[in-house]
Design a protein around this ligand. Structure first.
Ligand code: ADP
Length: 401
């Protein structure tokens, strides 16, 4: 089956056309600066030359029209007719408490997505616009939604409730939702395959470390806790987000600096985290470079980042009553040798024995602990698009049977 995977942001759309038979991307690309006069479409067809087109793309409807057109284009296309696209799989950020798995998009689902807008005001509206645009251009093609939150929906109340009046949870749905679910699900499943054991027999901690970063405790294949919360701001230190902090700090800074609610939001989401502490960059490569050049604040940022992950490993091991596997993924998790080392060092008492040589290898997917290490640590490149394509394939195949 050929599945068009769409990840629609407010001003960008990432896409891949995936052949679910051999799990390969036939083409991938991205449109940036939607709504601006010089939008950029970058299209990379497998085995053909990459192209870049600059033009005016005013909204998501026009953007999806471009995506379908470039997939069919004579020189850079990969299909002859849009009927060759068997299904569309959409990444949807927030499914609230409604969706515990991926779904076929129907009118009822669209209604539920709109009901969840308040929970993800930045992410769900462009996701919805993308779905509506795809339905417009591919009206006969089944469309499915795969949610960032659904993998975590079944965590127990002790993990998802906050210490605020229960009636506020009921009234405003304020609870831990967690995000990056597609990635945590993919790498935990892959880790079980690498261990050669059923996932039902494993206690796994996954660390998705990208610009946004989160961890999950996965017991018997089920996410039982995760570090992001009501929004993706909670938990680990991130590129520009603060992660965990004493809530009183927010009102204190607002008073001292005379910040509005929206300014406080921007401070915590855009100017905190690695960039906030270092004052240098939100990019881990630049933090490592500056730290190696002797910059003290970049070292603080690196230390807070890695220390917090170490603490969560301890917490989640206690929550699960044991630990078999740790997985690193995301841009930092997959690529940063120093980050993985700082997290795993001095953890022998814990059953983690890092193999420095394996940790330094550039190979994509590999174990980075020694043969004797009781707890196994892997780095596994994530592939959220493939999960979306495979979930979509499963839903659509059932429709046909
Ligand atoms: P996003 O969350 O936007 O998808 P990515 O998963 O691509 O982000 O991760 C981006 C992060 O990965 C950046 O902080 C970047 O510095 C970091 N990164 C990528 N390659 C390396 C590397 N070789 N060493 C350290 N960090 C890296």
């Amino acid at each position: 089956m050929k599945v068009l995977v769409l990840n629609c942001g407010s001003s960008s759309i990432k896409y891949q056309l995936i052949d679910t038979e051999n799990k390969e991307a036939l083409a991938k690309g991205m449109i940036e600066r939607i709504g601006m006069s010089s939008a950029i479409l970058t299209h990379i067809p497998a085995g053909k030359e990459k192209i870049r087109i600059v033009g005016e793309i005013l909204d998501h409807t026009i953007a999806i029209e471009y995506v379908v057109a470039v997939l069919m284009s004579k020189n850079h296309g990969i299909i002859k007719d849009k009927s060759e696209i068997d299904a569309v799989g959409h990444r949807v950020v927030h499914g609230g408490e409604t969706f515990s798995g991926s779904v076929l998009i129907t009118k009822d689902v669209m209604r539920a997505l709109k009901d969840n807008i308040e929970l993800a005001p930045l992410h769900n509206p462009p996701n919805i616009r993308g779905i509506e645009a795809a339905i417009k251009h591919l009206p006969k093609t089944p469309q499915c939604g795969v949610f960032d939150t659904s993998f975590h929906v079944k965590m127990p109340p002790r993990a998802y409730l906050y210490g605020i009046p229960y009636k506020l949870y009921k009234r405003y749905k304020i609870r831990r939702y967690g995000f990056h679910g597609t990635s945590h699900r993919f790498v935990s499943k892959r880790a079980a395959e690498l261990m050669g054991k059923p996932i039902q027999e494993l206690k796994i901690i996954t660390a998705h470390l990208g610009n946004g970063a989160s961890m999950a405790a996965i017991d018997k294949g089920q996410s039982i806790d995760t570090s992001m919360g009501f929004t993706p701001l909670e938990g680990l230190l991130m590129g520009t987000r603060s992660g965990d902090l004493d809530p009183s700090i927010v009102t204190y800074i607002m008073g001292k600096e005379g910040l509005s609610i929206s300014e406080a939001n921007t401070l915590l989401n855009k100017h905190s985290g690695l960039v906030g502490i270092s004052g240098e960059s939100s990019d881990m490569r630049e933090i490592e470079q500056a730290m190696n050049d002797g910059d003290k604040k970049s070292k603080y940022a690196f230390d807070v980042f890695t220390y917090r992950i170490k603490k969560y490993i301890g917490a989640y091991t206690a929550a699960m009553g044991g630990l078999d596997v740790v997985v690193f993924t995301g841009g930092i998790g997959e690529n940063s040798v120093p980050v993985r080392k700082a997290i795993c060092e001095n953890m022998e008492f814990f059953g983690i024995e890092l193999d420095d040589k394996a940790n330094s290898s550039v190979a994509g997917e590999c174990e980075i602990t020694t043969k004797n290490s009781k707890v196994k640590v892997f780095k596994i490149p994530t592939n959220e698009e493939l999960v979306i394509a495979m979930d979509t394939d499963k839903i659509v195949s059932k429709l046909k049977s």
